[in-house]
Design a protein around this ligand. Structure first.
Ligand SMILES: Nc1ncnc2c1ncn2[C@@H]1O[C@H](COP(=O)(O)OP(=O)(O)OP(=O)(O)O)[C@@H](O)[C@H]1O
Ligand SMILES: O=C(O)[C@H](O)COP(=O)(O)O
Length: 393
């Protein structure tokens, strides 16, 4: 990488603003997967050991510029303290006089976690004023938030224009693994795309069709394709604005001779709950008042076969609502196939990583990326603003 890293600069005695991605999945007030926090430990420990004052900033969820009590960084900060075995202070805000006072009171090696940067409307607008306020807290900016590197926000991009700006160790590792795998991919190269954020993901399929041999679709995304093909999808997830795009991908795959694979069956339920009535149906038989919440058994077997024959597998987004056991089998079987293949496996996305953990298969994957959207945009060949803004070597 041609960007400076935290190892290239002096950190001793410096106030270091470290942007991390502590956007961890939570359920019932508990962190369900702390991978993203654990993965920042090398950078945080490096800074502590080298005498920096470590100021951590992150977003959590999408609070839309307002304070949201469920999206405070209190729990991630607490978890970080447990993992470090050290006291970690938590600020109630991310900028302002109270935070400045807290920073001024820090000793070398101390760690302070700021409040959710997305509680401020200026964060996502990349407001230079907010970026300046962040910068005033520190002498150096370290970006270790690979998961948010595709966002040009005040704490990921704007701040880099006001301070010396370098990458953290996680950022460095992610960029190195992904570029090595994708610059000259081993083939067959299979991309598996699932999850629920249709808008965020449907577009990246376009480029995956250019670079991968097989593109397998699952999760909530699939139903927009079924609808575009004229099928009844009942109450399943749908992005109405992407129907033409979806049809376009099917055409494009044909033209390029790529294997673009949609589920052939799915698990439908009469309610979004663990005790809902549910059954496996072919995709042309989804009842009008039911919803599709997982890929079906025929699809699972088909996907597992393709994955096992692949030399490189990149997977982003669960195949179904894996948080509920009844709808977890599709994600589980895809995870098992990824674990069993001799090909190189890269998992991207907070929820896909959480799924690999849940099924105790994380250690069998070659690389679990902390970036969902970020790893997808990287695969699209897009420049990541949070990386571009860092100082060159
Ligand atoms: N058929 C479906 N209907 C509704 N929700 C679904 C369906 N399939 C999967 N999901 C949900 O999708 C969510 C994950 O989607 P998401 O797009 O956020 O993936 P991700 O891997 O976390 O990627 P990222 O890191 O980009 O957020 C899970 O909470 C899962 O329950
Ligand atoms: O979960 C992610 O992919 C990152 O934390 C970025 O979150 P965002 O999609 O809300 O910007």
């Amino acid at each position: 990488m041609n960007k400076k890293s935290v190892r290239d600069v002096e950190v001793n005695g410096k106030r270091v603003f470290v942007r991390v991605d502590f956007n961890v999945p939570m359920q019932d007030g508990q962190i369900t997967d702390d991978t993203r926090i654990r993965e920042t430990l090398p950078t945080v420990k490096y800074l502590i050991e080298n005498g920096a004052k470590v100021i951590l900033a992150s977003h959590l969820g999408r609070p839309k510029g307002q304070v949201n009590e469920d999206m405070r960084l209190t729990l991630p900060a607490k978890r970080l303290g447990e993992l470090l075995g050290k006291e970690v202070a938590k600020a109630d805000e991310a900028v302002g006089e109270a935070v400045k006072a807290q920073v001024n009171a820090m000793n070398n090696g101390d760690v302070l976690v700021l409040e959710n940067v997305r509680f401020y409307p200026g964060e996502e607008k990349n407001d230079p004023e907010l970026a300046k306020q962040f910068a005033e807290l520190a002498d150096l900016f370290v970006n270790d938030a690979f998961g948010a590197a595709h966002r040009a926000h005040a704490s990921t991009e704007g701040i880099a224009h006001h301070l010396p700006a370098v990458s953290g160790l996680l950022m460095e590792k992610e960029l190195s693994v992904l570029s090595k795998a994708l610059s000259n991919p081993e083939r067959p190269f299979t991309a598996i795309i699932g999850g629920s954020k249709v808008k965020d993901k449907i577009d990246v399929i376009d480029n995956l069709l250019n670079i991968a041999d097989n593109v397998l679709i699952g999760g909530g995304l699939a139903y927009t394709f079924f609808k575009a093909q004229g099928h009844e999808i009942g109450k399943s997830l749908l992005d109405d604005s992407k129907l033409d795009v979806a049809l376009g991908f099917i055409e494009k795959a044909k033209k390029l001779g790529k294997n673009f694979v949609l589920p052939v069956d799915c698990i439908v339920a009469d309610d979004f709950s663990a005790d809902a009535n549910h059954k496996a149906v072919e995709i042309d038989s989804i009842p009008a008042d039911w919803e599709g919440l997982d890929i079906g058994p025929k699809t699972r077997a088909k996907y597992a076969e393709i994955i096992k024959d692949s030399k490189l597998v990149v997977w982003n987004g669960p195949m179904g609502v894996f948080e509920i056991d009844t709808f977890a089998n599709g994600t589980k079987e895809v995870a098992e196939a990824c674990a069993a293949t001799s090909g190189y496996t890269i998992i991207g996305g907070g929820d896909s990583a959480a799924a690999a953990e849940k099924f105790n298969l994380a250690s069998k994957m070659d690389h679990i990326s902390t970036g969902g959207g970020a790893s997808l945009e990287f695969m699209e060949g897009k420049a990541l603003p949070g990386v571009v803004a860092l100082n060159d070597k």
